[in-house]
Design a protein around this ligand. Structure first.
Ligand code: FAD
Length: 692
């Protein structure tokens, strides 16, 4: 039956394609890859899940849907928080919805007394998040066709919507998703309630921007829909049932396996963002270490997984929390003794999705499912107040949660995660009144972390290299050093491979053999994300790469590829790499390999280094770029591709500005013209960024 459905869909797609062809081909721009869209939705089709949002709302008695376009989980988190607030404070019947799970042809029939929220993150160069691609392409297309009022000028006249965007001002297309979508909806006759909010991750004010935006929005919405605000009473979204008849020995109990196939020991593809491949790490070593830093190189084998990559793609690593953090959490909520109790988790409402497989255990949820190490959100602190261990603590929490500045002093500047925060405020008291459901609702799902693949798919098709610096953040005034979740996990795996019996970097004590020891023998769960960061298909084209620190990762892949092509007698264009680090002895990664590849490339490869702590003056990659202005401009005039990878906050922006300056100097144009030239290079793909 699944095949039948697929056949019909494929036929429909072909039909659509034909229609599109005869209508100036515009649909092809709307749906880039209709077949992969079908596959991506395959799960939903098979399960017979409706993609009709109106039907879904009607069936479940909802009048408010909060859509999210989320990449790292923040937009999804904001969506669930808004849905909860709408229900608890204003009595709205709310649900959240993943943008990729619905179709939008019937948005012209959205009931007037309903409301739709759109919480939209912008990703990379003004792109939609992966789960918002189809939604965006549908509305962006020149030929949007709604199911009913196609000829109408204002097909969305019955749609009332709320919009908030998550962006980063260090990127050129700041918050372009929410801006574009808002413009389109308005143009199509929709009515926005409140302002189109914009959160800025670049300035580090995302959470406060969100909180500041939503209060006036609620007031406007209440007025527009005639809602009465009431005292918010906490209603759990999930019902937790302890199951004494089951134990962690039972094979039906999830102990961290990502899904049923993994649980049954028959993990199978396709491997993707919903289903990781448990990949062997075939080689790993430290590239350098010093007092505060460890830099890792890992080789992950994807043979037999059907996963593939091309040079410039990303690999996602699925982390788990350290034993140290899990234990701290269990202890402060008074759950240490029942950490292995088996529980069922059920949504109390038809639209509440349990975000992980069950039955499971409390410890499993904390170790494998929730982001327990992340910074604490102010709104969440305010919600926790009512479950404080004492009246005094409750007052204090209300104060901290209610005031932005107090919160910044007491929480943000101290770099506390949630368990550290509860310990700090509770002074050792046990917080056992907090319903466990609240943790599932209030903490983010743990997110895979991306790494720019540092190998060439041409040279090692089945082996993906990762270059990662172990995260460790020490802030003056903070009582703890923040230890990165994923990178310390990888570090522990590397130590194990190096023969350390019980690796315990920084006392973090990871469960590195995975659930039921299924990851033993040094395995790590991964999937691959395809990126638009690509070498020119013609190897004789010149390229300029700028990648300080671990930003050099994808360029190791680029250079490895070109050296291989050169060794095969191909004609290789000029290949220039700007690399920066602290000094030539300590953290100059892959030094020997650059030398080797340089030989293979017969002078076509040039490495230009910038060391920030070698001499009296700090030299960064952008300084070196400037010095080489004439050469760079000459290469650009020969249509050289220009690539930047690494730190988004400072380096990438400075490199962008430096390039514009070079163009001013070399071509004698004014600043405005030079900026336009750089923008044009970005738009045409001649300037590519892979920054984080
Ligand atoms: P996390 O635990 O996620 O911590 C990350 C940061 O969050 C910390 O540094 C800190 O600033 C903050 N933080 C966490 N907890 C707290 C707290 N309690 N209080 C305050 N602040 C806190 N990295 C590489 O090394 N190499 C690469 O090639 C690479 N490529 C990337 C490519 C892409 C497309 C992207 C998006 C990122 C890439 N990264 C790369 C970064 C990488 O994905 C991870 O973000 C990084 O390794 C840290 O992960 P972690 O889990 O160890 O740290």
């Amino acid at each position: 039956a699944a095949l039948d459905t697929l056949d019909i869909v494929v036929l429909l797609v072909l039909l659509l394609g034909t229609v599109a062809y005869f209508t100036k081909g515009t649909y092809w721009a709307v749906k880039k890859d209709p077949y992969s869209a079908v596959l991506a939705n395959g799960a939903a089709l098979k399960a017979g899940k409706s993609r009709n949002i109106l039907e879904k709302m009607q069936e479940s008695g909802k009048n408010c849907v909060v859509f999210y376009g989320s990449q790292t989980g923040t937009a999804e988190d904001y969506a669930s928080r808004l849905a909860k607030e709408g229900s608890q404070r204003f009595g709205l019947k709310t649900m959240t919805a993943d943008l990729e799970e619905y179709d939008y042809e019937n948005m012209d029939q959205f009931p007037e007394d309903h409301i739709a929220f759109f919480i939209l993150a912008t990703y990379g160069e003004g792109e939609p998040t992966d789960n918002a691609v189809e939604f965006y392409e549908f509305f962006k297309g020149d030929d949007i066709s709604f199911s009913e009022k196609t000829s109408d000028d204002a097909p969305l006249s019955s749609l009332k919507y709320v919009a908030f965007g998550l962006g980063n001002n260090t990127y050129e297309h700041y918050n372009s998703m929410v801006r574009d979508v808002d413009k389109i909806f308005t143009k199509l006759g929709g009515t926005r309630i409140g302002t189109a909010g914009e959160g800025d991750d670049g300035a580090g004010t995302m959470e406060e921007d969100f909180l500041a935006w939503k209060e006036p929005m609620w007031a406007d919405l209440a007025q527009s829909m005639g809602l009465e605000e009431r005292e918010a009473v906490y209603e759990p979204v999930f019902e937790i049932t302890e199951k004494p008849e089951l134990s962690i020995e039972d094979t039906t109990v999830y102990l961290g396996e990502p899904n049923k196939n993994h649980l049954e020991g028959l993990s199978k593809g396709p491997y993707n963002a919903h289903n990781p491949f448990i990949a062997p790490i075939v080689e790993s070593y430290e590239l350098f270490n010093d007092k505060t830093r460890n830099c890792l190189h890992l080789e992950v084998d994807i043979s037999g997984s059907n996963l593939s990559y091309t040079t410039g793609d990303h690999i996602a690593v699925w982390p788990n929390n350290s034993g140290m953090e899990v234990d701290r959490f269990l202890k402060v909520i008074g759950f240490t003794d029942k950490k292995d109790t088996v529980i069922g988790v059920k949504g109390l409402d038809a639209t509440a999705k349990v975000p992980f497989p069950v039955p499971t255990t409390y410890e499993t949820i904390l170790r494998y499912q929730l982001e327990i190490g992340a910074p604490v959100s102010r709104q969440f602190v305010a919600t926790l107040a009512q479950f404080s261990p004492s009246e005094n603590i409750k007052e204090e929490l209300a104060k901290i949660g209610g005031d932005k500045d107090v919160f910044a002093e007491q929480v943000t500047k101290k770099n506390l995660n949630i368990a550290q925060f509860l310990n700090h405020i509770g002074k050792g008291a046990v917080w056992d009144k907090i319903p466990f459901s609240l943790w599932i609702e209030g903490l983010n799902k743990i997110q895979p972390r991306y790494y720019s693949i540092s190998s060439s798919s041409l040279v090692q098709k089945n082996k993906i290299s990762i270059t990662a610096i172990v995260e460790s953040v020490e802030t003056a005034g903070a009582p703890h050093v923040v230890k990165g979740v994923t990178t310390n996990y990888l570090f522990a795996l590397m130590l194990k491979q190096a023969g350390v019996a019980n690796p315990d970097p920084n006392g973090l004590n990871y469960a590195i053999t995975g659930p039921r020891n299924k990851y033993d023998g040094i395995h790590v769960p991964v999937h691959v994300r395809h990126a638009n960061f690509k070498l020119p298909s013609d190897p004789s084209k010149p390229i300029i790469m700028v990648g300080p620190g671990t930003g050099v990762a994808p360029f190791r892949g680029f250079v490895q590829e070109r050296a291989h092509q050169a060794a095969n007698g191909e004609n290789i264009g000029k290949t220039v790499l700007f690399f920066g680090c602290r000094n030539s002895e300590q953290d100059f990664i892959y030094k020997k390999q650059w030398e080797q590849w340089s030989k293979e490339m017969n002078g076509q490869f040039e490495l230009i280094t910038a060391f920030s702590r070698d001499g009296p003056k700090k030299v960064y990659v952008q300084h070196r770029l400037k010095e080489r202005g004439a050469e760079i401009d000459a290469l650009l005039q020969q249509r050289a591709y220009f690539y930047v990878c690494g730190d988004a906050a400072n380096m990438a922006r400075e490199v962008n500005d430096t390039l514009a300056q070079i163009i001013v100097e070399q071509r004698g144009v004014d600043k405005k013209k030079a900026d336009d030239i750089v923008k044009g290079m970005r738009a045409s793909g001649q300037y590519q960024e892979d920054v984080w």
